[in-house]
Design a protein around this ligand. Structure first.
Ligand SMILES: [Zn+2]
Length: 346
């Protein structure tokens, strides 16, 4: 902080937390968004790569009675100030390439360039406009001082490895089918149990179990498929292999109607002050939904006013039946909706 600005600093004594009072959380979220809208309906898209940051300017829907040229100019001018604001807000440095909307007139082009230079001059971090390429891309370099906001607050998405795209369920299903064929060729066991993401498991099993039946016929093996949220789309886990009997037992670890004793770890909320008196109640299994389910859904989406559980508190729950998992084999008749315990059972 510059010493000259020291008198602008004061201690906040308000009742509401500072981040709430100034709506900081929303602004941080905004500063991490890929798309930023402009006042007249246009928007910019910010993409940072290893080498450079690309900023694309778009008109959005055509608005007003002005000519297209006017709309384009206005959107580009609006984009200039927003782009510079975002560069500062996000602390983006290095090479920046801005793709303005094509302008037919030279006068408009130079107007936008002048505007950009003007705005960048007011930015305290030094930057340079290197000019406009043949394709109308404007190159800017901005000094990089420290990590940008996205670098500081986010990490590469583990599901897509940063590409922003993941394999579709259908493609993952086909891939899993090939893996199962290979597995069937290589194993001596008559049966195996695999786990896949629920949506992929559904593709693998097929309508009425048709796909799995076909695969079993083709390979001569008994194949048990279990949906698991712990699997990524595109991931197939071999859980076990062996005799058909063993696999069947493993695929259906719990019989329908079986009563389970569950110990549920309650999540901790930062605002937790009191524990709900009703929270610890042991639900007696009655007809319909076990009482435990209703409570569970409450702590999944806690309202700020709702009482939150004390950290470490726990309650015993008797469940009529745990979450469903589809299991199907050729020898097992039609798709059996069986139930297995959820992962938070100990
Ligand atoms: Zn991703």
């Amino acid at each position: 902080m510059a010493p000259a600005l020291a008198d602008r600093v004061f201690r906040y004594t308000g009742e509401t937390p500072l981040f709430e009072a100034l709506d900081i959380n929303r602004q941080i979220k905004e500063a991490l968004k890929r798309e930023v809208s402009l006042p007249s309906g246009g928007y910019i898209v910010i993409d940072s790569t290893e080498a450079l940051t690309a900023i694309d300017v778009n008109t959005g829907k055509y608005v007003g009675d002005k000519s297209l040229e006017e709309t384009v100019l206005r959107t580009n001018i609006e984009a200039v100030s927003e782009v510079v604001r975002q560069l500062r807000l996000r602390d983006i440095g290095g090479i920046i390439v801005i793709d303005f909307i094509d302008m037919a007139r030279d006068a408009h082009r130079s107007l936008v360039m002048r505007e950009l230079e003007e705005h960048l001059r007011r930015d305290r971090t030094r930057s340079a406009v290197l000019g406009i390429t043949h394709l109308g891309l404007v190159e800017v370099t901005r000094r990089k001082r420290r990590q940008s906001l996205p670098e500081l607050l986010t990490r590469t998405c583990p599901a897509c490895g940063g590409s922003g795209r993941v394999i579709t369920e259908t493609a993952a299903g086909r891939q899993a089918r090939r893996q199962l064929r290979k597995l069937a060729r290589e194993t001596q066991s008559e049966a195996f149990l695999v786990e896949a993401h629920p949506s992929v498991a559904a593709v693998l099993i097929g309508p009425g179990g048709s796909h799995l039946r076909e695969l079993e016929r083709e390979t001569g093996k008994s194949i048990f498929v279990r949906g698991s949220e712990a699997c990524q789309v595109g991931e197939l886990r071999l859980v076990a292999q062996g005799s058909r009997q063993d696999m069947l037992a493993q695929a259906l670890p719990v019989q329908a109607g079986q009563v389970l004793e569950l110990r549920v770890e309650e999540p901790t909320f930062p605002t937790a002050k009191t524990a709900s008196p009703g929270w610890r109640a042991t639900s007696s299994t009655s007809r319909g939904r076990p009482a435990g389910w209703a409570r569970r859904s409450r702590w999944r989406s806690p309202r700020p006013s709702a009482p939150t559980p004390r950290p470490g508190s726990w309650c015993e729950r008797r469940l009529l039946s745990p979450p469903p998992v589809s299991v199907r084999t050729l020898h097992n008749g039609p798709v059996a909706k069986t139930r297995t315990p959820s992962r938070n059972i100990s």
